[in-house]
Design a protein around this ligand. Structure first.
Ligand code: CO
Length: 490
């Protein structure tokens, strides 16, 4: 009887996964090649798939099946029960049709955002964003929350995190980062040498492919394309796709995007095989996912040994691009007061996140409204980053996340940075000669260590438990501060 029900659950899980992957395929196409005029059709198609998906997620059979898993003797099955139980509760509380309305609204809102960005005019996007925010506020009410509505959204991305705990964490971080910023900017600022040089997209693509290959990203089960906003998406257990964005006059930007998405891709490609087709073969949390991309992009990809490796492979690919490792290192680690989050350095990056956290928290909780956003954005930019801004495109309209209703998501980027430092600390203590390996472009040891400790655990452990199993302690922000002090504090 028990075995029978488990098979029924597995079949249902596979259907849900397949629908989610079809949904991802629609999204991947929308970002990489869909003609603009298709946006209406696509929004409707996405809404349709979502309504089919919702019917499976809310299926009453779960009421009968879930208790069967709850008492299972195997702890992994009990973890699976926790994941499915939470998912069922989250879906069951929403009224019929809510999620497909949400998906359709956010799909259309993305196109308004593109138009507004083009015109550098937030007012063109504001009505669409208002609709998205309205739906999010509704969702928080259905979901239920403690203390404030925004907590309901945080829980979707990082179980166990609250707005109040983030507020404390971020305030401390803000004061540390402000001091480090001032320090890093106190010396003379040489002009960027690389930005005077044009790097053909074809060359950049070859460098990207070479690095992904060396990182151990499996091209038989993946590919690299280009999109405005780089991302990683999973279309099947053996179909993990990455995108990047090349800019001819900014080599570092495309390079870091590729390495970043490569880190996400490795996580997805190395999830536990035996759980494929279920919700247990997913990352532990968004913060954990981001820890993997940040670890590769920043801790590995902006290190001195990596600069030596990079210098070598650039020359190999095209002898015309011959740069001293030390030059690449300084370009990779240039600290700047800048407006754009995705191009920000490791020190200022989290200040961009703190800004978004404060605004989206107030917006979801209802203490500010959409029309207040551009003004608040610009004044907070000045307070946190010390830069004046008056352009919507370079300010409030720079990120795609809010268009799709992804509020509560940004904080996981900073959590990812914190987790990455703590994980790396454990990794180098166990793995001999990490620097030597990175310099040689031999990333196998690092990748295997991460696969064994992090990726292969899937979602079976919650973020705090997983961090303890990987590093022997709970998440601790001091590793990140130490890492930055060592690198930028002198
Ligand atoms: Co990421």
């Amino acid at each position: 009887m028990g075995e029978n029900i488990i098979n029924l659950i597995k079949e249902k899980e596979q259907v849900i996964k397949d629908l989610q992957h079809i949904q991802s395929l629609l999204g991947w196409d929308q970002e990489t090649g869909m003609p603009a005029a298709a946006s209406g059709d696509r929004a409707r198609q996405e809404g349709l798939i979502q309504s089919i998906l919702s019917s499976h997620l809310e299926d009453e059979s779960w009421e009968e099946w879930l208790p069967e898993l709850a008492g299972h003797e195997n702890t992994d099955f009990r973890s699976w029960h926790r994941i499915l139980g939470k998912r069922y509760r989250q879906n069951k509380v929403l009224p019929p049709g809510f999620m497909s309305r949400f998906v359709e609204t956010s799909s259309l809102s993305r196109n308004r955002w593109l138009e507004a960005r083009e015109a550098d005019d937030f007012s063109l996007f504001a009505p669409a964003l208002e609709q998205v925010v309205e739906l999010l506020r509704e969702m928080c009410v259905y979901q239920g929350y403690e203390d404030e509505p925004y907590n309901a959204l945080l829980d979707r991305y990082e179980p166990g995190i609250t707005a109040a705990s983030l507020d404390t964490l971020f305030s401390n971080l803000q004061s540390e980062l402000t001091v480090l910023m001032d320090k890093a900017l106190s010396g003379p600022k040489p002009e960027s040498k690389l930005r005077e040089i044009s790097f053909p997209a074809d060359f950049q693509r070859k460098v990207s492919l070479r690095i992904l290959e060396d990182m151990g990203y499996d091209f038989d089960a993946g590919r690299l394309d280009e999109s405005v906003h780089p991302f990683t998406t999973t279309l099947g257990s053996r179909d993990i796709r990455l995108t990047t964005a090349f800019h001819e006059n900014d080599f570092i930007s495309g390079l870091s995007s590729t390495i970043h998405e490569g880190g996400h891709g490795l996580y997805e490609q190395n999830l536990p095989l035996e759980w494929f087709g279920t919700a247990a073969a997913e990352a532990s949390s968004f913060g954990f996912h981001e820890s993997q991309s940040r670890l590769w992009e920043n801790i590995v990809g902006r290190s001195r040994p990596f600069s030596r490796y990079l210098s070598r492979i650039m020359k190999e690919i095209d002898p015309a691009f011959d740069f001293e490792p030390e030059l690449l290192y300084s370009e990779l680690n240039r600290v700047e007061r800048s407006l754009i989050r995705v191009d920000a350095d490791e020190v200022s990056y989290n200040l961009h996140i703190i800004l978004r956290f404060r605004l989206e928290r107030d917006l979801v909780n209802g203490s500010i409204e959409v029309k207040d956003l551009p003004g608040l954005w610009n004044s907070l930019t000045e307070v946190l980053l010390g830069v004046k801004n008056s352009s919507d495109r370079l300010g409030i309209l720079q990120d795609i996340h809010w268009t799709g209703g992804d509020m509560g998501y940004f904080p996981t980027y900073t959590l990812g940075n914190l987790y990455a430092s703590q994980i790396w600390d454990a990794l180098v203590r166990e793995l001999p000669d990490t620097d030597g390996r990175v310099e040689k472009g031999n990333f196998t040891g690092i990748r295997d260590w991460l696969r064994e400790r992090v990726h292969s655990k899937g979602a079976l452990l919650e973020p705090n438990e997983l961090m303890e199993s990987v590093t022997g302690r709970k998440p601790d922000a001091s590793f990140f501060i130490e890492y930055l002090k060592e690198k930028y504090g002198q």
